[in-house]
Design a protein around this ligand. Structure first.
Ligand code: GLU
Length: 300
């Protein structure tokens, strides 16, 4: 049978946070996302997730661009910086607020930890909903006196608004498999934060909006963000955004069996570069699933 529909123009992306040095796991992930798009005649985009004012550093932005370029990762179009998209995040927050889906939350981390009844969700303790029931007058008073507050989604209400949702999971490594529908279960995450006390938007909100703004059709990212996808699918539904397909790749483990983190300077791309490693050989190894000594792929 002939397919008369135009082939999908695939867009993938790599979206690092400039909170430290990139390690070989980041390089591996970026190469896979780039190769996937290029093999399909599509585009690969780069986004810097730099709105975490306490942890983002300009020198890490420069380091990320230099390390990726060294490794042979080249992106299409301009780099997107989240710090330049605050208006978009505000507009989305206004819309969700106007729909009665957000509430201000004044709790500190300590307040939340002190709540022994908080159940655990896929990403740790679930917010117990302390501020959900505050009355409007009290909220207004606390905001008026400048009390720091985040904005949380009223997950129960949002889920009721969106009905049943699914997202598409593609297998890892990427192949021609059409993928399978996964039922989204955002409720288990509780009332997640969409605008932080110390940042204009949370990762969940900014990432979801930006993927849509970039026209991303396929999100390839680490398994640690599998849980977040359920929340992202809900936000897409609430804001009428398209839902890309998702591929979650396993994380890389260090010699100690722990997942690689930006703190492990020894396997930072910058370190390998300083040691004189040939980037083309490293990229070829990563593409073939061969990692520097001591580094292994976590089993699924
Ligand atoms: N900025 C996130 C990180 O560095 C990744 C976001 C994503 O791929 O969705 O962990």
């Amino acid at each position: 049978m002939t397919h008369l529909t135009a082939p999908l123009h695939m867009v993938t992306r790599f979206a690092p946070s400039p909170t430290g040095l990139l390690h070989v796991g980041h390089g591996w992930s970026a190469l896979m996302a780039m190769d996937m798009a290029r093999a399909a005649g599509g585009a690969f985009r780069l986004r810097i997730e730099d709105i975490d004012g306490t942890r983002s550093r300009p020198e890490h932005v420069a380091g990320i661009l230099a390390d990726l370029t060294w490794l042979g990762v080249d992106w299409d179009g301009e780099v997107m910086f989240q710090s330049q998209r605050l208006d978009q995040y505000d507009a989305a927050l206004d819309r969700l607020r106007a729909e009665g889906l957000l509430y201000s939350c004044f709790c500190t981390r300590a307040d939340i930890q002190a709540s022994l009844t908080a159940p655990h969700g896929p990403e740790g303790p679930v917010y117990p909903g302390t501020c959900r029931g505050l009355d409007d007058a009290e909220r207004a008073r606390r905001i008026a006196v400048g009390e720091a507050h985040a904005w949380r989604i009223d997950m129960g209400r949002a889920v009721a608004r969106a009905d049943a949702l699914e997202w598409t999971a593609l297998p890892f490594p990427p192949d021609r498999d059409p993928g399978m529908p996964i039922t989204a279960t955002p409720l288990t995450h509780g009332d997640v934060v969409l605008a932080r006390k110390d940042a204009p938007a949370s990762y969940h909100l900014s990432c979801t909006l930006d993927d849509a703004a970039m026209g991303v059709t396929h999100v390839l990212r680490g398994d640690d963000l599998h849980g977040a996808t359920h929340v992202h699918r809900l936000i897409q539904a609430l804001l009428d955004l398209p839902s890309p397909a998702y591929i979650h790749h396993p994380l890389l483990l260090g010699a100690d069996g722990r997942r690689l983190a930006k703190r492990d300077g020894a396997i930072a791309l910058a370190e390998l570069r300083r040691d004189g490693m040939d980037p083309a050989a490293l990229a070829a190894d990563l593409r073939a699933g061969r990692f520097p000594i001591g580094i292994s792929i976590a089993s699924a």
